[in-house]
Design a protein around this ligand. Structure first.
Ligand SMILES: [Zn+2]
Length: 119
């Protein structure tokens, strides 16, 4: 059983830093247009489990399609270390790019395919 841990997340250059609490029980590999191009592996956490540490306000915003998700990326290195948006229930959610978390071996994860392309 996966345990809840606090992970340090950051973009490549380190300008953007945050902490995310997650058990990594649900990691999603989405086939939508942006996830497939960016190679995102995502896990979703509520705001209580997300703590900005540095540089989050310096990020660039990218939106497309219905513009309901804020895709944020570092203006220096271009890495999207997380995104944010509202879930189906209207609650704010953070989509954490698992590849940007320290100490996570992505080869040990079994990402769940998510059919974002057809939504
Ligand atoms: Zn960066």
């Amino acid at each position: 059983m996966a345990e809840m841990k606090t992970y340090a997340g950051a973009c490549h250059c380190g300008q953007v830093q945050y902490e995310a609490q997650t058990d990594l029980a649900q990691v999603v590999s989405c086939n939508c247009s942006i996830c497939s191009k960016r190679g995102l592996l995502l896990t979703f956490v509520p705001p209580e489990q997300f703590k900005p540490v540095a540089g989050v306000d310096s990020q660039k915003l990218y939106q497309f399609n219905k513009k309901v998700i804020d895709h944020l990326f570092c203006p220096t290195c271009g890495v999207e270390s997380y995104g944010t948006g509202k879930g189906p229930d209207g609650k704010q959610m953070y989509a954490i790019n698992v590849r940007c978390l320290d100490g996570v071996d992505v080869s040990t994860l079994t990402p769940m395919p998510f059919n974002g392309r057809d939504r």
